[in-house]
Design a protein around this ligand. Structure first.
Ligand SMILES: Nc1ncnc2c1ncn2[C@@H]1O[C@H](COP(=O)(O)OP(=O)(O)O)[C@@H](O)[C@H]1O
Ligand SMILES: [Mg+2]
Length: 295
């Protein structure tokens, strides 16, 4: 495997059996890889399977088919996962859309941020841990006074910063951010997006950044995968995808991106993509170097 690649998803399927005659094919045979230090964007409308991809990578589902490799280890294999659980938990982190639900309301911000470090026995010395928490707060743009506050005492944007500090506290190899700005006020969204960029640029963190909004994905990602109905229909470096979109679904998404405000497109309408024209038995083909299209 390419040395730069730290995560690889191969022909992954995640199907959910709803009842005896209904299966939801939430993820249906997708492949992609993530390179060290990049922001890989995963974009698609609500219900296209983005969160299921995230959860499956994190080992939260019994995989229907396909594989997930982390640094060459096949972590989709239950045995391999259990054997390397500590290492995986330290190195794969996830940030959810709504951090209020993810943060323990009874813990101070200091405890919340320090928890993964303590659980993983990265720092045991109290004074050092205290210093590390200060440093993490600083990295996400919060001052030391936040240590002794509780999640309910701070704003949504600040809570998301805390969730980000917690996620980077173990110095993970990869952070999956699942629509991390979707529930924030518009005025705050840009600040948090900028924070992700800073963490990637200054500290070299690797992200899978999930969004339903193409304009944010364009702004932040190095490469992009476009999801539709559990499939990746197009995958390319960001500039290539936006300058030369090839799949009709990508084109329709792009046609709906308004120009004036790069962070805002709430009333987006998806134009002229007819699902009846979509072949569910297609495959992703490389049409030019690094540019893949579903055919
Ligand atoms: N645990 C589950 N059981 C059954 N269906 C699920 C489950 N998780 C997700 N789904 C379904 O899978 C599809 C994709 O969902 P999801 O991955 O949450 O999409 P997205 O994050 O892109 O909005 C949806 O139809 C959703 O209802
Ligand atoms: Mg989702």
């Amino acid at each position: 495997m390419d040395n730069d690649i730290i995560l690889e998803v191969r022909k992954l399927k995640q199907h959910f059996k709803i009842n005896s005659h209904m299966i939801v094919k939430a993820v249906d045979g997708i492949s992609f890889s993530v390179k060290k230090g990049e922001i890989f964007g995963l974009v698609g409308e609500s219900g296209s399977g983005k969160s299921t991809v995230a959860k499956t990578i994190m080992g939260l589902h019994n995989i229907t088919e396909g594989e997930v490799y982390y640094k060459g280890f096949k972590i989709s294999d239950r045995g391999v996962f259990s054997k390397n659980k500590k290492d995986i938990q330290k190195n794969l982190q996830i940030i959810f859309q709504d951090s209020s639900a993810a943060l323990n309301q009874r813990m101070t911000i200091e405890k919340i941020i320090a928890e993964p470090i303590r659980v993983n026995h990265i720092i045991n010395n109290k004074e050092e841990l205290n210093k590390k928490v200060s440093q993490l707060l600083n990295q996400v743009g919060l001052d030391e006074s936040f240590k002794y506050k509780y999640p309910s005492e701070i704003s949504g944007g600040q809570r998301q910063r805390v969730a980000i500090a917690r996620s980077i506290s173990t110095n993970p190899d990869i952070i999956i951010a699942d629509e991390p700005i979707a529930s924030l006020d518009i005025s705050i969204q840009a600040q948090i997006v900028t924070l992700f960029q800073k963490l990637q640029k200054e500290y070299g963190f690797t992200f899978i950044f999930i969004a339903h909004d193409l304009s944010i994905i364009r702004f932040i990602s190095h490469r992009v995968g476009v999801m539709f109905q559990g499939k990746i229909v197009e995958l390319a470096p960001t500039d290539e995808l936006f300058n030369n979109p090839l799949h009709s679904y990508t084109k329709s998404l792009l046609s709906a991106v308004p120009v004036p405000n790069p962070f805002y497109e709430r009333n987006k309408k998806i134009l002229d993509f007819d699902i009846r024209t979509f072949d569910f038995n297609g495959v992703l083909e490389e049409v030019s170097p690094e540019h893949f299209v579903y055919k």
